[in-house]
Write a protein that binds this ligand. Sequence first.
Ligand code: UDP
Length: 151
Amino acid sequence: MADERTFIMIKPDGVQRGLVGNIISRFENRGYQLIAMKFQLATKQILEKHYEEHINRPFFPSLLKFMLSGPVVPMVWQGKDVVKQGRAMLGQTNPLTSAPGTIRGDFGITMQKNLVHGSDSVESAKREIAIWFQDSELTHWKPAQNAWVYE
Ligand code: UDP
């Protein structure tokens, strides 16, 4: 469905390394549509919700510290198959096993500082979008390029 949505977030390392524009460009260039975007410091409360499934993992305290170390860029992107394609564009969790051409494979080396988050299913996307954005922050608009991206 062309109205599928995913939650993509540039992590503090992506911001500090000046890769915000590059990461956004990849989604724009692919033909996906930006629906919402923020630039903010995350909070412990929001990260505990976002990473709920990892709260008891040994790496969680260190992940939390990293994610609070600088600004992040939470975004909502829309388009056909965007959840699966977004994950493919990110690469694997570990940048060292990520193919060149993916964001993590092009810019990352270590597991934690892997630059960007992307929802792993349509259900996770809905949950994550609701954590980071109010409904009123999701902008309705029709990109001119859609007529040239979709048949
Ligand atoms: N992470 C980590 N150490 C690990 C596994 C994960 O620091 O051993 C971090 C990493 O930044 C990852 C995030 O925790 O992106 C969430 O992990 P998940 O398994 O959900 O990976 P993702 O869906 O982001 O690829």
